[in-house]
Design a protein around this ligand. Structure first.
Ligand SMILES: Nc1nc2c(ncn2[C@@H]2O[C@H](COP(=O)(O)OP(=O)(O)O)[C@@H](O)[C@H]2O)c(=O)[nH]1
Ligand SMILES: [Mg+2]
Ligand SMILES: [Zn+2]
Length: 402
């Protein structure tokens, strides 16, 4: 195995040489770790190995799981070899982040070859939430099953774990990990951070927010999820008949965007006035409701369903065209948002997406999503674009050594 010179923990961002990793005990006797918490097996520095090179824990059991020496969060072994490509997803509560992630990754696995890229899951147990959500949406056994995804809980164990370092508690995110590649370029590890949107509400003082959103310090691309249906002006113009959940949500979504960018600047010590150069992808969700009237019926057809894979420049050219049209549509009703994006980010893209292709419908007094009506459209595109834009920006530290 060719190790990287230096590893950055995907949960706490502390840096360490690969030789410092801790192993995770498997013996029944070592089940409470002081940093990772009482329900977590002991993390230890391996001193003894079996003849195959596997670490042995103090009870002589073989161990393969590895963890950060500082916060004791487990991470996939592939991060010892390949550079990380951290991508953050931010957006107001209810804007559609969780559905986009599940639908987009599912579609990406299906369409990667058409789009000239590859995506594989190195260790599915790290991505259980995404896979559970994918299964709910796309593998229901009955067409009328209600496949509404559970709401992401701010303090819930799905996206964060609490660790105890030097007497203080930190909220360590639990990202999803995929090995990705474009064409014949070297592969990297896509590290995706979903968030409970509450962490990005301006002025939010949720305990642990700082450590939970510290991924903004390193992300090479930020996907900003913007739900145009939460904007009354947009709704009146492009979806006057829309009904459903979440339509009276957060009117000022540009503040969520500004808050995230302010955090990026603080964490990276960037000037508060210059635009940042990290690519920003604004994913405009729920396009099944507004796409036709705002963009016409052709945008969703612009995609490489041809027999041969598209080149990166073909994919980018198609996305650029749709991005310009989508930016203009948003600008016609919510120019403060497009202006804010333009003044704060020098490289921004707008991508219409529909994770579900359908709206929740009323059944027995509550809104549900029926499995049989799910038809995603473009949900993979923010991730494909992110990979293309990230390309050479993948975290530079960690030249490869033997
Ligand atoms: N019409 C429509 N509604 C969607 C779509 N994606 C999500 N929603 C709805 O938007 C709401 C919030 O979605 P969710 O992914 O939980 O948002 P999050 O809070 O940002 O993670 C849910 O009621 C979803 O059913 C979509 O593609 N089309
Ligand atoms: Mg969510
Ligand atoms: Zn760590």
């Amino acid at each position: 195995m060719t190790l990287r010179k230096s590893i950055i923990c995907p949960a706490c961002w502390r840096e360490f040489p690969p030789g410092m990793v801790k192993f995770i005990a498997t013996s029944e006797r070592f089940q409470a770790d002081p940093i990772a918490g009482p329900g977590e097996p002991l993390r230890f520095r391996a001193m003894r190995f079996d003849s195959l090179g596997n670490a042995l824990d103090p009870g002589d059991s073989r161990c393969s799981g590895i963890a950060c020496p500082h916060c004791h969060s487990e991470f996939p072994r592939v991060l010892l070899e390949l550079p990380p490509m951290p991508i953050s997803i931010v957006g107001a509560p209810g804007s559609g982040k969780t559905n986009l992630l599940a639908s987009g990754l599912w579609r990406m696995a299906q369409r990667a070859a058409d789009l000239g890229c590859s995506i594989t899951d190195p260790e599915p147990r790290f991505n259980t939430i995404v896979h559970r959500n994918e299964d709910m949406l796309f593998s229901a056994d009955r067409v009328d099953s209600d496949v509404t995804l559970p709401k992401t809980d701010v303090g819930g164990a799905e996206l964060y774990r609490t660790v105890h370092i030097n007497g203080t508690s930190e909220m360590a995110p639990r990202p999803a990990f995929f090995v990705v590649g474009i064409g014949s370029e070297p592969k990297s590890v896509l590290v995706l951070y979903d968030n409970a949107g509450e962490h990005f509400m301006p002025g939010s003082r949720i305990a642990g927010s700082d450590s939970a959103t510290r991924h903004l310090e390193r992300s090479v691309v930020i996907i900003v999820v913007f739900d145009p249906l939460q904007d009354r002006r947009f709704r009146q113009r492009f979806a006057p008949h829309a009904v459903g959940v979440g339509m009276d949500g957060h009117q000022r979504q540009e503040l969520v965007f500004s808050e995230a960018i302010a955090k990026v600047r603080r964490l990276r010590s960037l000037s508060p006035s210059d635009p940042i150069d990290i690519p920003i992808i604004v994913a405009l969700t729920k396009a099944d409701v507004w796409g036709m009237s705002a963009l016409g019926d052709s945008w969703a057809k612009v995609q490489g369903a041809s027999a041969k894979a598209l080149s990166s420049s073909e994919v980018l050219a198609q996305l650029k065209c749709v991005s310009d049209a989508a930016r203009a549509a948003v600008s016609s009703v919510a120019s403060e948002f497009t202006n804010t994006v333009k003044s704060q980010a020098s490289n921004s893209w707008f991508v219409p997406v529909s994770a579900l292709g359908t709206s929740p419908e009323m059944r027995d007094g509550r809104y549900v999503i029926s499995a049989g009506s799910i038809r995603p459209c473009w949900s993979e595109m923010p991730f494909v674009l992110a990979m293309y834009l990230a390309g050479s920006r993948a975290s530079p530290s960690g030249a490869v050594v033997d």
